[in-house]
Design a protein around this ligand. Structure first.
Ligand code: HEC
Length: 113
């Protein structure tokens, strides 16, 4: 009986950790993979925007220091959600808020930070 109760408590704790911990949720988002899947077609593997689409639409170079200095994390997040008409389509309905947020450090990483 005692053993069973301990066992049940442990199972509940594992379940709570698994479903509630924001870390677990964040770890499940593979931001690099998301970038590859949704962004590389325009922004390129190297973030420079030197793809056919990126050049045609004039995507900026994420590795450029002035670009990184000129943009805030909030702006990056906003851009991912809302896009720019006729240039970048919005990802509001394609990615969850957590996924969009996970992409901000990926964009930043191209600038070496
Ligand atoms: C269809 C091509 C396309 C796709 C796909 C795309 N972008 Fe863009 N993105 C652009 C263009 C073009 C701009 C420049 C927009 C402007 O000039 O306002 C831009 C701008 C941005 C900016 C703002 C920086 C700037 O240039 O003003 C960020 C950040 C960004 N994109 C991130 C992403 C992320 C992250 C994804 C994937 C979820 C993504 N983009 C997908 C074309 C694209």
């Amino acid at each position: 009986m005692m053993f069973l109760r301990v066992f049940i408590v442990i199972i509940i704790q594992i379940a709570v950790c698994y479903f509630v911990s924001p870390k677990t949720i964040a770890a499940e988002i593979d931001a690099q993979e998301l970038f590859k899947k949704h962004c590389v077609i325009c922004h390129g593997e190297d973030g420079k925007g030197k793809t056919e689409l990126g050049e045609g639409l004039e995507a900026r170079d994420f590795t450029n220091k002035e670009f990184q200095d000129s943009i805030t994390d909030e702006k990056i997040l906003e851009q991912i959600a809302n896009g720019t008409p006729e240039k970048m389509f919005p990802f509001r309905d394609k990615l969850t808020p957590e996924e969009r947020e996970a992409l901000v450090p990926v964009v930043r990483a191209f600038g070496g930070r």
